[in-house]
Ligand binder design. Structure first.
Ligand SMILES: Cc1cc2nc3c(=O)[nH]c(=O)nc-3n(C[C@H](O)[C@H](O)[C@H](O)COP(=O)(O)OP(=O)(O)OC[C@H]3O[C@@H](n4cnc5c(N)ncnc54)[C@H](O)[C@@H]3O)c2cc1C
Length: 583
């Protein structure tokens, strides 16, 4: 189930030009963008809507190239979405549209580079002058706030200032707003559009100072006396961890009323790889993308999560003997586990005590970080042990490990079932593309099936008249199957497509290309092979499978992000179950 609601937007790649550049404070540079593509425009025969950013915390992705012209690394604009081919030199950075109007878009750039080198966004803004070109994509979606908010609490560092400033001006809710903002220097403070009932707390602190942020919130009194606060926070990702813990555990803010986003990642210079003794610092390891860098470390983290070791250390550091007692282990059993966790910077040894590190905290506070050790993905990784046998002798590594296929197991395992549904929720971002393409034709009665049924059904219902279809349970003209084949083996996919699909027209929404934006694409493809016996099925492969089951391909709509909507009609050899009712 989606915890927070959002409205997806059609994704458009725009070429904008700099109109003017103004330093609004010594630490914030405003670049105003304009050009024909701020409005509705046509390119390569495709018509695109005007730039729109309805919500204060929307963001656009700015595109840069580290090697050669940016035009060589741009994503591909589809009729109804964006495709991201692999481009090693492409760098994307997210920024908040601070103001949209009069054919212009303001972006405010924090001037942050100190001892570290400026990144591509700051460097670009630093040199920007009228006439310069900037390519952007988005916004891809806007948050929908709950309607029971009696106080809006905004917490952030300077990167959050554009969104916070916009929120004061645009007032997405009528409730009073309390903002707590850390700035590196008094000179970074800005005049914001406060009303008498609003409050603002400015705190001077180093960028990325977690303690300062959490302390500022605790001392501000913002959380007192609000019955239904909505808390929005954006700052350095690690700095938000103690705040997240305080908000969820001490203040009991439900996930529907909490929006915490890491806006940037603190980095320190890479250590010398030729020095084998150089231990990684906590921050270096914390920024690593891979879940663990050796199978032993992966198993150690998995064990620690399952033994609730991190939770035991979360309130305060403990001596190893106390930790062992807390989690029901003998000291001799705990020590080797702790040693690996400390080596990999999930724990820090401080004299006699063990402390959870930022990396360990991330596992506690971030569901996605934990998934790689303790959910569907962890089960996929465990299945790899049987990959050689599966490749040699048939079947899938998953079946050999678990005794049943993913989908058979999900029928009796509620957690797995829910996780497969959750994985389909990302389809929500592609719904504007689907609604615009209307692959079901006009005035169709559409039934929606598969793990993505809730997301697609919801979008079609909300699309109303514009979707040109009615969502029905029975008596459909067309069935949309959303991610229905994603976790099936080929044999299961054939059985599914040959089974009861009592319509003459079917749409399959499936990933047909590996996700090029996923930093672990190759690993995820191997995990798919272990799970279903096949890497991501291409559109051609899906058409082939469907043809074996009596379906004739009738066109493909690319929805973006490697996802296709393939249309089929029941072919002459189709089973009688597929003849539409009433004919
Ligand atoms: C949804 C969203 C909206 C955002 N909106 C804005 C916005 O409106 N204005 C804005 O200025 N930023 C905003 N940010 C943050 C911005 O995207 C990051 O700061 C980004 O890393 C800057 O890119 P860069 O190329 O300058 O630096 P990078 O190449 O990303 O980083 C270079 C170095 O600078 C450090 N660094 C990066 N950002 C900061 C910082 N703010 N302070 C100190 N050190 C830093 C990094 O740790 C690294 O060492 C937003 C981020 C998100 C996710």
């Amino acid at each position: 189930m989606a915890i927070r609601r959002f409205t997806p937007h059609p994704l458009v790649l725009r070429r904008l030009t700099v109109v003017r550049v103004v330093d609004i404070t010594p630490r914030m540079r405003r670049v105003t963008l304009g050009g024909a593509q701020v409005g509705g425009f046509e390119r390569d025969g495709l018509r695109h809507p005007p730039f729109a950013s309805p919500m204060f915390d929307d963001h656009v992705k700015l595109l840069f190239s580290t090697d050669g012209p940016v035009e060589a690394v741009l994503p591909k604009q589809l009729a109804h979405g964006i495709e991201w081919p692999i481009a090693a030199a492409r760098e994307g950075r997210d920024y908040t549209p601070r103001r949209v109007g009069d054919g212009e878009i303001d972006l405010d750039f924090v001037v942050h580079s100190g001892p570290v080198e400026a990144g591509p966004a700051e460097a670009w803004a630093g040199a920007a002058k009228p006439g310069d070109v900037l390519w952007t994509v988005g916004p891809k979606s806007s948050t929908v706030l709950p309607d029971d908010i009696d106080r809006l609490i905004l917490i952030g560092d300077e990167t959050a200032l554009p969104a916070i400033g916009r929120c004061f001006e645009e007032r997405p809710v009528s409730a009073p707003v309390h903002a707590i903002i850390t700035v590196a220097d008094e000179s970074a403070r800005q005049e914001l559009a406060l009303r008498p009932e609003d409050r603002i707390t400015w705190v001077v602190a180093e960028p990325g100072d977690a303690r300062a942020l959490a302390r500022a919130v605790a001392e501000s009194g913002a959380m007192d006396s609000a019955t239904h606060p909505y808390v929005w926070a954006a700052a350095e990702s690690q700095a938000l961890l103690p705040l997240r813990r305080a908000l969820t555990r001490e203040h009991g803010i439900p996930r529907s009323h909490l929006d915490i986003t890491g806006y940037w990642h603190a980095r320190v210079p890479a250590r010398d790889p030729s020095d084998p003794k150089a231990a990684p610092s906590e921050k270096q390891v914390a920024g690593a993308a891979a879940p663990a860098d050796s199978p032993v470390a992966w198993f150690a983290v998995r064990a620690a999560l399952q033994l609730h070791l991190f939770e035991a250390l979360e309130p305060r550091p403990l001596p190893a003997s106390s930790l062992a007692t807390r989690i029901g282990l003998k000291r001799a059993e705990l020590d080797p586990l702790v040693a690996v966790l400390a080596d990999r910077a999930y724990l820090v040894v401080e004299g006699q005590r063990l402390r959870i590190s930022g990396r360990g905290m991330q596992l506690l506070s971030d569901d996605h970080a934990r998934e790689a050790f303790d959910g569907f993905e962890a089960s996929q990784i465990l299945a790899l042990q049987n990959l050689p046998e599966a490749l040699r002798d048939g079947g899938t590594a998953w079946e050999r490990t678990n005794g049943a296929s993913v989908i058979a197991q999900a029928a009796t395992d509620a957690e797995l079932h829910d996780e497969l549904l959750e994985r389909a929720e990302g389809l929500a971002y592609l719904m504007p593309a689907l609604l615009a393409a209307r692959p079901w034709g006009e005035k169709a009665a559409v039934a929606v099936r598969g793990p993505g049924a809730a997301v697609v059904g919801d979008a079609l219902r909300k699309g109303g008249e514009g979707s040109a279809c009615r969502v029905v349970e029975q008596g459909a003209d067309t069935e949309v199957h959303a991610h229905a084949l994603a976790h099936l083996t080929d044999a299961e996919a054939r059985a599914y497509l040959s089974g009861e699909i009592p319509v003459a027209s079917m749409l399959l929404i499936e990933s047909t290309r590996a996700d090029a934006l996923d930093p672990r694409t190759s690993e995820h493809e191997l995990l798919r092979l272990a799970t279903t016996g096949a890497p991501t099925r291409s559109a051609e492969r899906l058409i082939e499978l469907a043809a074996e089951c009596g379906w004739t391909a009738a066109g493909t709509t690319e929805l973006g992000w490697g996802v296709s909507c393939l249309a089929f009609t029941a072919g002459p050899g189709a089973s009688s179950a597929r003849i539409p009712r009433g004919s």
